[in-house]
Design a protein. Sequence first.
Length: 624
Amino acid sequence: MTDRSFDPEELGLVAGLEIHQQLDTATNLFCDSPTALREPEEAEHTITRYLHPTKSELGEIDDAALEESQVDRTFEYLAYDSTCLVEEDDEPPHELDGEALEVAMQIADLLDMHVVDQAHVMRKIVIDGSNTSGFQRSTLLAQEGEIETADGPVGIEDLMLEEESAKRVEETEEGVRYSLDRLGIPLVEIGTKPDITTPEQAREAAQRIGMLLRSTGTVKRGLGTIRQDVNVSIAEGARVEIKGVQALDQIDEIVETEVRRQKELVDIAAELRERDAAVGDPVDVTDTFADTDSGVIAGALDSGGVVHAVRLAGFDGLVGKEIAPDRRLGTELSDHAKRHGAGGIFHTDELPAYGVTEAEVEALREAVDAAENDAVALVADDPETAELAIDAAAERAETAINDVPEETRGANDDGTTRYMRPLPGAARLYPETDVPPVEPDPSEVETPELLTEKVERYQEEYELGAGLAEQVAYGRRMPLFESVVADGVDTTFAATTLESTLTELRRHDVPVGELTDDHLRDVLALVEDGELAKEGVGDVLTVLAEQPDLDAEEAVEEAGLSGVDEDEVRQAVAEVVERNAEQVEAEGMGAFSGLMGEAMGALRGKADGEVVSDVLREEIQKRA
């Protein structure tokens, strides 16, 4: 956490969370495509779409959709042999997936929510191109739940069952390229009530919800499978939705940083009103920079571009004021300009700099009739982009005089945020007529065991240490652990293999991500059946990770770890004892520890450690 010079609670912090979690079901929400991800190079063909805003059933156009439509972009989608016609928007959606519905009802139960009597699928307008249809299908499934935190209860407003959006692959010159492998994966969206009053409570609430989600054993794990959006406001500020918080341990920092940003904007607005601030009309100031040495501006002009500027009366010294770490009011203006394709803006609180001279600054001020207490912002780009960008920056400056704007912002890696678009409104929702309503029956749903309860059970029932029990319960291989233990595999060995052994292999750059549950299950079974020594597990798993098309028995052969009989073990151990005869005669059983390692090395994991140990003791006793 950063040093805090303010108290979020005193500023009237109100926050809520929206948790988006992918479900680990066999198929997508509205078709039979698998939920497995693909690599972009596996794509078989591409689809191109141009999206346009549409009116809701009330005849209204959403503000966010309208702004997005003003950005000229083409959306390209990578399709695979597993892509269905629903994902390509060439076929109506199928019925709601039953497995996803059951998992979502389990989650609702864990959140103490009331499942609706009848669930209707709705279309939610999506304006960033991440759905080929231009909308996301979403279903209200449950309402009115609650979780506990150290600072008091946090209400759960609703639980939505939705289809995941397409995965953004890269920005292109024409627009954005998406991958359709992720589109349609079942997703739950959990929205809390605005009951959160501290950054720490926001983090704790997210952690609690995350634990409940993982308790089902049927949610996807890994980067991008869970996302947190945070809604934040202070008493004199405005509701701001921050999207795309990837890490739980970043939530409190982001909330605190947003509180500071809004506080600084409130103070700036008060100062601007005190100065009778105003925003002028944009002016073409291209001639002012005809002979400039600024690389950015000269580059734009050499390409046939122009320079547009706007007078910000009373803004002097405030455009460059920091409102969050390394972000200023000028950064806010720049974010709005970038939405229209500009690289950003320059402003007089930071000039002369970037090749712009003092003389050019004075000429710029004169060109827009700026007084001493005024600031000037400028954009250099092609004529259309420059006009749209300076208008957007000027509009944001107008807003800065009056209040903190309601908006959607994106989370940055450093805990700050950036402007994305206006807040969406109710006008983006309308019924999905291609999918019939369903009547969920939560009475048949089993309540999953909480991960916290699993940790206690693993310690008591399986006699695992507290640390190992927690690693297994919270780990992504937990369902596999429970499955192999039910099949008779030793609990401590299974837990150690799935957590410690895999972690150690990962540290040695073994591609353990290639190991499937079947790989691991089969290797553990070989050990249980006495066909592989425990000491050889790491070597066999390494082979399987590097050659995942092999089966476990083939990997044992490849690793050279086919089992040896007792006579071969005794011969290898006897040779070790013979080589160390003087030490054995001098130390007796005291030599056991050192010779055990040498004997296991000689057998290279082909024999079980207990067998080797017994034989070694016998051989030492013969010479002692």
